[in-house]
Ligand binder design. Structure first.
Ligand SMILES: [Zn+2]
Length: 90
């Protein structure tokens, strides 16, 4: 059954505070990543769906307040932007 998704982050300017903390701007600044708010079984389902669609950059933030948890879905590795395939946690 189709369900809406809620994003905590999409495109970010290189001047965004989160990006300013990084060594170099992340894939959000290329418009190639979203953070989907989710936790529990829904987070697992989103990861499964991403993998079915050959997504190779997945970040998992599943600590703290459930309402702030998210899964990062990135596709910058597909565009030779020096973002390697990876899975990571926050
Ligand atoms: Zn992200």
């Amino acid at each position: 059954m189709a369900q809406p998704i809620f994003l905590s982050s999409g495109y970010r300017c290189v001047k965004h505070p989160v990006e300013q903390e990084k060594d170099r701007p992340g894939e959000h600044t290329h418009g190639m990543a979203i953070d989907i708010l989710c936790h529990g079984a829904r987070a697992l389902r989103i990861i499964e769906l991403a993998q079915k669609r050959n997504v190779k950059r997945i970040g998992v933030h599943q600590k703290g307040n459930p309402n702030g948890r998210f899964v990062h879905i990135g596709i910058a590795d597909r565009y030779n932007l020096a973002f390697p395939v990876a899975i990571w946690t926050y």
